[in-house]
Design a protein around this ligand. Structure first.
Ligand SMILES: C[S@@+](CC[C@H](N)C(=O)[O-])C[C@H]1O[C@@H](n2cnc3c(N)ncnc32)[C@H](O)[C@@H]1O
Ligand code: SF4
Length: 372
């Protein structure tokens, strides 16, 4: 594996399914045993460790679903099995409304040093329209408790472009998040994903002109408050960027444990052999055979687009050396295509980074790469 690899661990249950969500998450039932799921994660890990033999991980992301439905002892079992670097970034996603059963201090003691709280909105009517199980005051309470219990690296997820929202309401939401002074803010535009409840019964969303006004005003407010935009939706203060996600965006290596989790592993750096891994996504199927991992090679022909789909999301892009090390391709070999994009003002001619125009029209830029 490449150096500075990360590991993603998936926890596939939620109290209930939100109507906009297409993540691999399932309403929890009384017959689900979280202890048995952790047993499966351990088996999954042992099988992958023997296959890929990573020395140690620089980052861990405990994501979901709703990982905070699992208690600190269960998280401790997961973290105890993993070889971690001394200063590893260990993030857990936590949903307000599910954190009351355990103390944040115990999660901290288990080894989690970064929290990602799913605030989504600070307007109770919007939270209800999103099918969330918590109020804005529960989010504030969870945040305050996490701070009190020692978390000095907190991200808030907030969405904009919500049903019935006008630019003033979107800004009020963002200001409420900024007032809490998290180290990191993920500010996502709500998208309607196929096969979700919102795709079947789509609510009335803000018109394009209002969306544009929200985006401009929001980016300005984040910047004035000291949040540096380093990826399309990610904003960090004082350099507290999410190292785990940066590794994805740079097409670095990571393992994926748990139901439906994906990994990307460089098997032989010299021969530039890269595989994608995937576990069964149905929790029941996964738990029946946790060591059953599918492996799909990433052919050279797909690596340029796979790399760029990630790297071009970064405002600073990446270095040519990262491109070559993480894809096994030569920068010189992609020059004809790259110079055409540069001539259209979409990318820098010298390295993998967009211009502001390219970042704004990233989807169009990526489809030109895919069609090439
Ligand atoms: C893995 S998800 C869920 C984390 C956690 N279970 C929660 O809901 O708070 C991470 C984040 O993606 C964002 N997200 C999920 N679905 C989205 C959608 N359809 N459009 C935009 N953002 C979305 C939400 O902000 C969410 O917190
Ligand atoms: S709580 Fe998070 S992961 Fe679960 S359904 Fe809602 S958005 Fe999806």
């Amino acid at each position: 594996m490449l150096e500075a690899a990360g590991i993603y661990v998936h926890f596939p249950w939620c109290v209930r399914k939100c109507p906009y969500c297409d993540f691999n998450s399932h309403p929890t039932r009384t017959d689900v045993s979280f202890d048995a799921y952790v047993d499966a994660l351990i088996e999954d890990w042992q099988a992958q460790a023997s296959r890929f033999a990573p020395a140690s991980f620089a980052t861990v992301f405990l994501g979901g679903g709703t990982p905070s439905l699992f208690n600190p002892e269960q998280m401790q079992r997961v973290l105890d099995m993993l070889p971690l670097e001394a200063d590893a970034e260990v993030t857990m996603e936590a949903n307000p409304g599910t954190t009351e059963h355990a103390s944040f201090a115990d999660y901290h003691t288990a080894g989690i040093n970064r929290l990602s709280l799913g605030a989504q909105s600070f307007d109770d009517a919007s939270l209800e329209a999103l099918g969330r199980i918590h109020s804005a005051s529960e989010t504030r309470r969870a945040y305050t408790e996490a701070r009190r219990d020692g978390f000095d690296n907190i991200n808030l997820d907030v969405m904009w472009g919500l049903p019935g929202q006008d630019p003033g309401a979107a800004m009020a939401d963002l200001r409420a998040a900024i007032e809490l002074e998290p180290e990191h803010l993920s500010w996502y535009q709500l998208t309607i994903e196929p096969k979700t409840e919102f795709a079947r019964r789509t609510p009335i969303l803000p018109v394009e002109e209002d969306l544009y006004a929200m985006e401009q005003a929001g980016l300005e407010a984040l910047s004035v408050a000291g949040y540096e935009r380093y990826e399309i939706s990610a904003h960090a203060r004082d350099g507290r960027r999410c190292r785990h996600n940066l590794n994805y965006w740079r097409f670095g290596d990571y393992l994926g444990l748990g139901a439906g989790a994906h990994g990307k592993v460089t098997l032989d750096e010299a021969a530039a052999e890269i595989v994608r891994t995937a576990n069964a996504s149905q929790p029941r199927l996964y738990q029946a055979n946790p060591e059953d991992l599918s492996e799909t090679p990433v052919p050279q022909s797909e690596r340029l687009t796979e790399f760029m789909m990630n790297a071009l999301r970064l405002v600073d892009g990446t270095k040519v050396t990262t491109f070559e090390a993480h894809t096994g391709l030569e920068w010189a070999d992609v020059q004809r295509l790259w110079q055409r994009l540069a001539a259209d003002g979409l990318v820098d001619a010298e390295r993998p980074v967009t211009t502001p125009l390219g970042l704004r029209y990233l989807d169009g830029l990526l489809s030109r790469l895919l069609d090439a």
